[in-house]
Design a protein around this ligand. Structure first.
Ligand code: TMP
Length: 209
């Protein structure tokens, strides 16, 4: 069976983890159990990188450093988890991937998009998702959802204007890659959002065999 690579993207507080879990349940019901993984932090090395890159203590971290740490996490993740799972015919559901670097470090922080493409290429060796779902949510709604956390991480703490640029970045990416990337509204009912995602995935994922 051929593997299938799905990524879930969107701003912090968009409900990616909840939707990833519901999608995995749906896939299991369809007889295609999948692997749930995340960036940054989908490997043991990645979890060490995540703790470093998101620590609010490192206020002085340069945007280029941030980009390269995300790329280092991705390189390990692709080599250790994603490629082997796809080669074994699994469905991979990954929260965040190359488009997060474009949206956050590119549109959010203003790093050159071509440099980010190069960093992504270096990390992922050209491996792109078969399908990318971007959960779209108003920055104010998203920020309110993360407000209940005891402490916002270094990137969540960047505020409304940053999150608005990230959202706009995702919208531009969806317009530029309409075949692979799909914007789905994440406002409102969790189950309704899940139904939209499940419908899209069912229409794209190849059958068994
Ligand atoms: P998470 O909270 O959704 O796990 O993501 C952690 C943070 O890392 C989130 O604020 C987005 C950010 N991020 C980037 O800025 N660039 C990247 O390439 C990735 C993968 C995540």
């Amino acid at each position: 069976m051929k593997g299938f690579f799905i990524t879930l993207e969107g701003p912090d507080g968009g409900g990616k983890t909840t939707q990833a879990k519901l999608l995995l349940e749906f896939l299991e019901e369809q007889g295609r159990p999948g692997l749930h993984t995340v960036e940054p932090g989908g490997t043991e090395i990645g979890r060490a990188i995540r703790a470093l890159v998101l620590n609010p203590r490192w206020r002085q971290m340069a945007s280029r450093t941030e980009l390269l740490l995300m790329a280092a996490d991705r390189a390990q993740h692709v080599a250790e988890v994603i490629r082997p799972a796809l080669a074994a015919g699994q469905v991979v559901v990954c929260e965040r991937y190359v488009d997060s670097s474009l949206a956050y470090q590119g549109y959010g922080l203003g790093e050159d998009l071509r440099l980010i493409d190069q960093a992504n290429e270096l990390a992922a060796g050209g491996l792109l998702p078969d399908l990318t779902i971007v959960l779209d949510v108003e920055p104010a709604t998203a920020l309110a959802r993360t407000a209940c956390r005891t402490q916002r991480d270094r990137i969540e703490g960047r505020g409304l204007e940053f999150q608005a640029r990230v959202r706009e970045g995702y919208q531009k990416l969806c317009a530029a890659f309409p075949e692979r990337m799909h914007l789905i509204s994440a406002e409102g009912d969790v189950k309704a959002v899940h139904r939209r995602i499940a419908e899209l995935v069912a229409s794209r994922i190849p059958g068994r065999g």
